[in-house]
Design a protein around this ligand. Structure first.
Ligand SMILES: Nc1ncnc2c1ncn2[C@@H]1O[C@H](COP(=O)(O)OP(=O)(O)OP(=O)(O)O)[C@@H](O)[C@H]1O
Ligand SMILES: [Mg+2]
Length: 327
């Protein structure tokens, strides 16, 4: 019989769900599309697909903002729809045991909102176990969590950067900083408008980022399409890495300052471990070429990257769900 144990990482950009014994069964955008604010017409990647194209009657929302739930109702609908889809694909899901990752540096009320959403889901969970995201991240990044040596993890996601220190199986410090890939997407929209007089949407900006943004010396280019600000007509333009580089570097500099401020608050013995072992960066935005070197130069400590940075939290949660690690 398929397991009733699930692990869930609800990110601002995407929801990742792992089922014990099966693997990663869901990885889609955290987006909901509703008609007349009542009827859900699409969730996940399908909802993201109509984002920016939908008529007035259809509202496309991102229920998570800066790592916290911005709309309880939308998030509840989204989670119900996701479990409904999963039930159709994998058979009825009833009274599951759910492991869910929540940011450490948010209020208890904000944490409880995640619990309540799971508790209110039609699958009626038997138990909900909340795990600090940095703990899941550390495990997912391959850090020996019970090692007495301290480690620092910096998760740069879509709207948040979570900077954390773990040591000897405990979370020592955590700071949630409001920066992520969505900020870079916004900056791309502004740059294209200013330099080329073309208006583009968020989706085009995200694709452009993945294709061109590089903070090292690599040169990548792509074509994009938008609306000419003056003529109002559709137009094409070609952009390359150099167009965005300075602007994105400027956005990453505050992350360097935030890491330094966490290092300043880190107990000296753990600082010494971090000095020797370096800092691990993860999260989807850490895939930007050159971002690791930029942070390394800024903080003066060695930076280590991980192979699948968007999956580190869900990989850590799945290790707990599978019983490979006990917390
Ligand atoms: N190859 C890539 N190059 C640049 N950015 C990328 C790449 N792949 C993913 N991203 C960006 O990473 C972000 C998503 O990362 P991730 O899945 O870690 O975020 P999240 O967990 O949903 O968000 P958060 O942790 O902030 O709540 C998006 O902004 C996405 O555009
Ligand atoms: Mg995340």
């Amino acid at each position: 019989m398929a397991s009733r144990t699930f692990a869930i990482d609800i990110g601002t950009d995407s929801i990742k769900i792992y089922r014990k014994g099966t693997g990663l069964i869901y990885f889609q955008k955290t987006v909901l599309a509703e008609k007349n604010k009542k009827k859900v017409i699409a969730v996940g990647n399908d909802a993201y697909e109509i984002f920016g194209k939908a008529p007035d009657k259809i509202e496309v929302t991102f229920p998570l903002k800066n790592g916290v739930i911005a709309s309880i109702n939308s998030m509840q609908s989204l989670i119900n729809c996701v479990f409904l889809d999963l039930s159709k694909e994998y058979g009825k899901i009833k009274n599951p045991r759910i492991y869910i990752a929540v940011s450490a540096d948010i209020t208890d009320i904000e944490k409880k909102a995640f619990y309540d959403i799971m508790d209110g889901c039609f699958v009626r969970p038997k138990s909900i176990i909340m795990i600090d995201k940095p703990v899941a991240d550390a495990i997912g990044c391959g850090i020996d969590f019970y090692d007495t040596k301290g480690s620092m993890i910096v998760d740069i996601g879509a709207e948040t950067t979570e900077i954390s220190v773990v040591s000897a199986g405990t979370l020592v410090l955590s700071k949630l900083f409001k920066f992520g890939g969505h900020d870079i997407d916004e900056a791309i929209i502004n740059t294209i408008r200013r330099k080329f007089n073309i208006l583009i949407g968020l989706k085009t900006a995200e694709q452009t980022k993945r294709k061109t943004v590089a903070l090292d010396n690599s040169e990548r280019e792509c074509k994009l399409y938008g609306r000419d600000v003056v003529s109002g007509l559709p137009r094409e333009c070609k952009v390359d890495s150099a167009v965005f580089r300075d602007n994105v570097i400027e956005q990453v500099n505050p992350v360097v300052d935030a890491i330094k401020s966490v290092l300043e608050r880190t107990p000296p013995e753990i600082s010494a471990d971090i000095y020797r072992n370096g800092v691990v960066i993860t999260g989807g935005t850490s895939k930007i070429p050159g971002i690791a070197d930029l942070i390394e130069d800024g903080i003066g400590l060695k930076i280590k990257t991980v192979v699948e940075p968007t999956d580190s939290v869900i990989n850590g949660l799945s290790a707990v769900a599978e019983g490979r690690i006990t917390l």
